[in-house]
Design a protein. Structure first.
Length: 122
């Protein structure tokens, strides 16, 4: 959705939260859980926190997104910061075949979908 909508904030998690809020006609999603193919970036994690979602399950580590071409700030921002521990949120990495499948998707598509990380505005 980022590229389709030309909107850098249109990550899957943000889009899902927006749609859930509209469907439920509320901004507090405390009865909801969110499942992500990859560990969320700081923007998405903050939106998850502000929407009061109580459970997050992700498949691939942030480093898998970096391998596809996403900026390494995603992984760097979350590592060794204690950011997760400060949230009132159950965070779990999927295990077994689900996690392996998520990692494999990023590995298989990294050559097809390079993300442009530098933009020049004139």
């Amino acid at each position: 959705m980022v590229l389709r909508n030309t909107d850098p904030s249109a990550h899957a998690e943000i889009t899902a939260i927006r749609e859930a809020c509209l469907k439920l006609n509320q901004v507090q999603l405390s009865d909801c859980e969110i499942y992500c193919s990859c560990e969320p970036c700081p923007m998405c994690l903050t939106a998850i926190h502000f929407s009061n979602i109580k459970k997050l399950v992700y498949g691939a580590r942030a480093e898998a997104a970096v391998a596809v071409g996403f900026d390494s700030i995603i992984a760097d921002a979350l590592s060794n910061t204690g950011f997760y521990e400060k949230l009132n949120l159950e965070i779990k990495k999927a295990d077994g075949s689900v996690a392996e499948m998520a990692e494999q998707v990023f590995e298989n598509t990294k050559d097809k979908f390079k993300i442009r990380t530098q933009v020049s505005i004139v």
